[in-house]
Every structure is written in structure tokens, then in C-alpha cells.
Design a protein around this ligand. Structure first.
Ligand SMILES: [Zn+2]
Length: 204
């Protein structure tokens, strides 16, 4: 039902549950090569020129293979996308999520990790540099410890998933705005994992 009409959430924000279903439906279309490319074109631009009501916030990796609008088969104005290597929730990302929740009314955040994430592999391999990469890796290190404690080893996919879970907790516990919305059940933050070859998103 939700996939049949893509225009209704331009007027009012979707609930977290309806937003999640929309993402699931869109990802299924993408994985099966049945994409609809909704919400593109001149009329859509005109409709959105006054206001935006993205139905989901996606915190994803900057990896060129993980493009949220494509893998969820969504269009202009549908997703509030934050992309940074290793999908880390740093201060700027948390502030951006607050903005979308407070001012745009978005009710769902998806933290989207992915298979063979280069940032996570760099963190595991201690591939430190003299540049800015170290500060990014510091956000991923707690997941490496969590992965080692769970497995006694450092499997990349497990570390990516542990990292996604930790970023979800970070977002949920960020005071005062996000933690308050989560406690009120007016914001949902969910972990997800993307597989490169199949194009499928697994909600964890
Ligand atoms: Zn990545």
C-alpha cells in the first residue's frame, strides 16, 4: 500500500514504522532491479521549493557504492542523508540529525553500515596517517574492542555491525533533544547493514 503512492508524505511526515516500511519496499525494488525512481523532475522540485519533509534520516558511509537514494529507490526530498567515511556520528552529524528531527519532523534515523567498509578496515589495521584520518578512526575503535570481546578475533563484518550498534546508542543517548524524542517514542533509531553485491539492506 505504501509503495503505491509516493506523494502523501510530502504533506505530512511519516511515522517511524511507515518510514521503515517505505525503505524496505524501496530496497526490495532496488535489489530486484525493479526501481521506480520516484520523486524526480520539475513538478517535484516545485512542490519542494517551499518546504521539505524527508521521511527518514540516513547516516551512511561516504563509500561511492553505498548511495542511499539509489539503494532505497527514493527521490528528491525523501531522505535527509548524512554521509561520512565509516558512518561516524561526530558532533556535526549529531547536530544535523537534531536539525532534521526538530525542524523537519523526521521520525526515523537509519545508521547504515556496509560490507567491506574501508574506514572500518583502516581502523582494524591501525592504518593511521599523519592527516585527519586518525580522528575518524577514533570513533570506530570502540567497535573493534567490542568485536574482539565477542569473537576473540576481528572480523570486518562483525566490527561494522558492532560499530553501527554503537552509533545507534550514541544517537539515542545524545541529550537533550534526541534522547528526549527517543524516550517519548517519537523518534526511532535503527541499525542496518548493506551488502555490496546483492544490493540488499539488512535491518539488524
Ligand atoms: Zn565505508
Amino acid at each position: 500500500m505504501l509503495a503505491a503512492n509516493h506523494s502523501y508524505y510530502t504533506v505530512e511526515n511519516l511515522s517511524a514504522e511507515a518510514a521503515l516500511q517505505e525503505l524496505l519496499d524501496g530496497n526490495q525494488r532496488y535489489a530486484l532491479d525493479h526501481v521506480e525512481h520516484p520523486h524526480e523532475g520539475s513538478q517535484r522540485r516545485v512542490d519542494l521549493s517551499v518546504a521539505q519533509h524527508p521521511f527518514a534520516i540516513i547516516l551512511g558511509c561516504a563509500d561511492s557504492r553505498v548511495v542511499p537514494e539509489l539503494i532505497f529507490d527514493q527521490g528528491v526530498g525523501d531522505l535527509f542523508v548524512l554521509r561520512v567515511a565509516g558512518n561516524v556520528a561526530d558532533e556535526a552529524v549529531l547536530a544535523s540529525i537534531e536539525f532534521a528531527v526538530e525542524h523537519l519532523g523526521t521520525r526515523l534515523v537509519v545508521v547504515l553500515g556496509h560490507e567491506r567498509c574501508g574506514a572500518v578496515m583502516a581502523a582494524i589495521n591501525h592504518a593511521f596517517s599523519e592527516g585527519k584520518l586518525n580522528s575518524l578512526i577514533s570513533y570506530i575503535e570502540p567497535a573493534i574492542k567490542a568485536g574482539r570481546e565477542a569473537n576473540g578475533d576481528c572480523v570486518v563484518s562483525d566490527t561494522v555491525k558492532a560499530h553501527v550498534h554503537l552509533m545507534v546508542k550514541q544517537i539515542q543517548s545524545t541529550e537533550p533533544i534526541l534522547s528526549h524524542e527517543v524516550k517519548n517514542s517519537s523518534l526511532k533509531v535503527v541499525p542496518a547493514y548493506y551488502r555490496l553485491a546483492t544490493g540488499k539492506v539488512e535491518f539488524l
